[in-house]
Design a protein around this ligand. Structure first.
Ligand SMILES: Nc1ncnc2c1ncn2[C@@H]1O[C@H](COP(=O)(O)OP(=O)(O)OP(=O)(O)O)[C@@H](O)[C@H]1O
Ligand SMILES: [Mg+2]
Length: 419
């Protein structure tokens, strides 16, 4: 399902990105390459054109910014439109913040797409690049380039963009339940039941399989904060600023500056800058571990042995007797033993150090779909004790031995994987 006609690759960018030493993972350049990025980027930036890929591996034809913007079937908003749609980017319209900048809720008319009064028309999410942000114009353009042409139920819909002076904005459909990150890691949000975790994993796998296997695109930015959810926990992948066309023909990889997010990036990609779709599969494996454990890929406030989720979980993933030790305690035992074992085994295959041994995303998707069969999905009977506790008071922080999560401090210095 979906189309990948005429998509085109991202534009490589360098950013003077900071690495957060706090709990959360943050998207960065994973090398210490300094940024030369400004918002007033010249308009002759070019991106390779996916359409021009051939089976013989011919190099893609570059596309200019003008070509990208004019060919995308997207609304070109004025800055003043988006100011009105968000009531001048009012603080109470703010719905999130990332490396790119702030994301606001706004209202537009369904037909004309002109700004409308709050409560009338359709509600949208408007991402506004901060001029001093780490992510910049090239990623903005890459996002327009891909999402202007890729359409799939598991990819977020881009409605339009704004490029006026130094202002760079993107307008998306609003996903009412926000990102998976808040549902998995925020203590104040009700925990996701096992069946919902499987549903989310399947949705993300469908989106990623579409990109990797049908479009030969490497996403490079799979992580919980980029998995957006609708009211029924259907998944849409977002943030295509780092996406890249995969190798074609006899090539096994594309060479790039190492970009991505600590904790999710595949070891061989970090070590060599050589990228192929198996790097996305590794990141997907890390996401499965987050769903299984309720812990972040990288969590600097934990004891050293537990900071890196892959290192901490790996010894238990293939061992049925140890597995229960790492499963999210917030599930309170409400998971199917067989299903959890299969899920953990799949995660283990995805995070294999030898990229060639990892499955591809269509195989991962098929394995996850199997976990909806009653054989793997039936929950253990709930004991009276458990029933009582889950139906009564909200969980007190005192019952949870984990320390509170700290927000990512901004502006901390980049720590590179390279010495
Ligand atoms: N279309 C959307 N609908 C609803 N919420 C959204 C949408 N897009 C983004 N958000 C919210 O805004 C937050 C910030 O998103 P953004 O993509 O800017 O940063 P991030 O993914 O959290 O981090 P990074 O910049 O490192 O990728 C998301 O975590 C999500 O909660
Ligand atoms: Mg994001």
């Amino acid at each position: 399902m979906g189309n990948c006609l005429g998509s085109s690759s991202g534009v490589e960018t360098s950013r003077n990105a900071s690495y957060a030493s706090g709990t959360s993972t943050s998207k960065t350049s994973l090398s210490s390459f300094p940024s030369t990025l400004t918002c007033s980027t010249p308009s002759n930036l070019s991106a390779p054109h996916y359409k021009e890929h051939t089976a013989s591996g011919a190099l893609p034809t570059p596309r200019t910014e003008r070509e990208i913007l004019s060919s995308a079937n997207l609304k070109d908003f004025t800055f003043s439109d988006l100011k009105s749609a968000t009531r001048n980017f009012r603080a109470d319209s703010l719905i999130g913040e990332g490396g790119f900048g702030c994301v606001y809720k706004g209202w537009i008319d369904e037909q004309s797409l002109a700004p409308s009064r709050p409560g009338s028309g359709v509600v949208v999410a408007i991402k506004k690049l901060k001029p001093e942000g780490f992510q910049g114009h090239k990623e903005w353009l890459t996002e327009v380039n891909y999402l202007g042409q890729l359409h799939h139920p598991n990819l977020v819909k881009l409605i339009g963009y704004c490029s006026e002076g130094d202002n760079r904005l993107l307008v998306y459909e609003l996903m009412p339940k926000g990102s998976l990150e808040s549902h998995l890691f925020r203590r104040s949000v009700e925990t996701l039941p096992w069946a919902t975790r499987i549903k989310v994993a399947i949705g993300a796998a469908r989106g990623l399989s579409f990109l990797n296997d049908e479009c030969q695109i490497i996403y490079r930015d799979l992580k919980a904060s980029n998995i957006l959810l609708d009211t029924d926990f259907n998944v849409k992948l977002s943030d295509f600023g780092l996406a890249k066309d995969g190798p074609t023909g006899d090539r096994t990889h594309v060479s790039t500056q190492v970009m991505g997010t600590y904790g999710y990036a595949a070891p061989e990609y970090i070590a060599t800058g050589r990228l192929n779709a198996k790097a996305d599969v590794y990141s997907f494996g890390v996401l499965l571990l987050e769903l299984l454990t309720g812990r972040r890929a990288l969590d600097k406030i934990r004891v050293a042995a537990e900071q890196n989720l892959v290192d901490w979980t790996r010894p238990s993933l293939g061992d049925k007797r140890k597995l229960h030790r790492i499963i999210d305690p917030r599930l309170e035992g409400r998971y199917p033993k067989n299903g959890a074992h299969e899920f953990a085994s799949l995660a283990l295959q995805c995070i294999r150090n030898d990229a060639k041994l990892r499955p591809n995303m269509s195989e991962v998707l098929a394995a996850l779909e199997k976990l909806q069969d009653p054989k793997y999905a039936a929950l253990p009977p709930q004991s009276n004790q458990k029933k009582k506790s889950s139906n009564t008071m909200p969980r007190s922080p005192m019952r949870n031995p984990r320390p509170p999560l700290r927000p990512t401090p901004s502006g901390s210095s980049l720590k590179s994987y390279h010495a």
